[in-house]
Structure formats: structure tokens, C-alpha cells
Design a protein around this ligand. Sequence first.
Ligand code: ACO
Ligand code: ZN
Length: 284
Amino acid sequence: TQNPAEIARIRNISTVQFGKYDLFPWYFSPYPEEFSQEDVVYICEFCLSYYGNLKSFTRHRHKCTLQHPPGNEIYRDDLISFYEIDGRRQRTWCRNLCLISKMFLDHKTLYYDVDPFLFYVMTCRDDKGCHLLGYFSKEKESADNYNVACILTLPQYQRKGYGRLLIQFSYELSKIEGKLGSPEKPLSDLGLLSYRQYWIENIVDLLLEYHDKDDRCSLDTIASKLAMTTQDVEHTLQAYKMQIYHKSEHKIIIPNSQLESHEKRKKKVRRFIDPDRIQWKPPV
Ligand code: ACO
Ligand code: ZN
């Protein structure tokens, strides 16, 4: 039996209290039906369990001992930690994560069958624990070589460069695996904007590097260096009008306008994933 709100896809939760933040969901998420009657849904920011009233939530917070996602820490720098969580081993936690994520994602419908996925969860550390910033999920075995199934930055942290870090991390994992990766389609509008930005920036960086060495850089070189599929490389070059056909040859160029926006972007970006700090081997 399907929840009527689900069929109509009406936003069913009005406010969520999560850690020290109030979140205002964008879309329907399949929390139990009675939760849509509550003014506020309280979510424990560590174990992600949800409560319809403050009293039971407070009681839970006194008992809950979790201070970071229930998996292995595979990356740590001065601020950020990444955890890898197996959907099969941490079914409830991962389902709860998907319920949160569905509030901000319209077109994905994964919430119950989390077993085939690994979850890469990005947190920031302070004296209280590791606070969830965002995550991406990844199929343990993807027939289409997708390196991301779902990606989310919690709304209170959006537009601060964390999405870019998540995307970079997903490609760093693909580089370690020696595979070319691509996010699962369709992308949301925000997903496409963020990926486009990541792709163009890294492609231009690489082209400039080759240009400095007086070397030519082919589509395939870009793809393998960045662990991107050649299709994503080609679409990006097309979108930014960076391919020309000259004397029966395809050439990649960087228009001046693109160089300028590249410079501007580089000035803004402060934080990167340091690949040397990733402690991870592809799961066997
Ligand atoms: N408007 C315009 N451009 C944007 C916006 C926006 N709202 N959001 C991101 N961008 C572009 C910008 O170019 C931005 O760079 P800039 O801020 O330097 O201009 C770039 O993307 C990267 O932005 P970040 O701050 O790194 O990204 P953020 O942390 O906000 O996360 C994400 C992006 C994950 C897509 C976030 O918007 C989100 O969680 N959205 C809801 C869920 C979703 O749609 N996920 C993707 C679904 S597709 C899939 O899962 C495969
Ligand atoms: Zn808890």
C-alpha cells in the first residue's frame, strides 16, 4: 500500500531538526505516514533515527553514543573525514540516510534496498563528533561503470564547495580502481551544474599543463588522467565550444573567455581532497 502523498509526490515533512540546524525539505520522502502530521521531525544527526516529538528525541539523545558514521574512516585532513559504509552491514543507518536524502532529491527512488551500495559519507569534525556534510552512494558493482549513484550536500552546507569535494572524491576512488567513472543518469539540475563545473575546471587545468609542456592532449588522455568517461569529456568540450575541426583534424582549444572564467574560479576554490590522504583499496 502506497502512501497517497507519495503517489502525488507532495512534500510531506514541513520542518526537520537536524543537529543545530532546521531543514526545510524540498520533496516527498517516505517517512512513516504519521510523521506528516508533525510540525517538526527530529533527526539524530549521528544515528539518523527520527522522532515525531521532542520528548522521545531527547530521551534518545541521552542514550545515543554514536559520534560518527558507522563505518571505516578512509580519509582525514585538518577538517574533513570520509567514512565508507556498507549498505548491507549498516542497513538501518543507510536507509535513514536515504530518507534524509530523498527530501532533497526528486528523481531517485532508492531507500529500502541499500544492500548493493557503498556509502561515502563526508563529515566535519569538532569536539562533539563528526557532523554529516554530505555523501554519495556507489553501486558495489555497476554494469554501466557509474562511480556515483546519488550525491547530496545537506542544504545548510550547499554552495560552499562541498559538492565539488564529494565529486572529486568519487573520481579519486575511480583513479585508484583504474576505471573511468561517470555519475548515474539522469542528473538533477543542481547535479548537472556541479558536475559541469567540476569537469570543465579539471579539463582546463589538464590542458594548460600539457600546453606548458608543449604537448598535445587527446580526448583519451584527458579521460584516463581524470578518470572520466570519454563521453563526459566530449560533452563537456562541446558544451564549452572547445573542439574545432581544422585541416581535417579535431583540435581542442581553450577560448579566451574560458581562460578568464577559469582564472576566476581558481581564485575562489580553497579546499581540495588530497589524494595522498585517501586510505582505501577497492573492495574485493
Ligand atoms: N546555482 C547555480 N550553480 C550551482 C548551484 C546553484 N544552486 N549549486 C551548485 N552550482 C554549481 C556552481 O558552479 C558551483 O560552483 P561555485 O559556487 O563556485 O559557483 C558548483 O556547482 C559547485 O558547487 P558546490 O558548492 O561545490 O556544490 P554543493 O555543495 O552545493 O552541492 C549538489 C551540489 C550536491 C548537487 C547539491 O546541490 C545537492 O545536494 N542538491 C540536491 C540533491 C541533488 O540534486 N543531487 C544531485 C542529483 S544527480 C545524482 O545524484 C547523480
Ligand atoms: Zn542517535
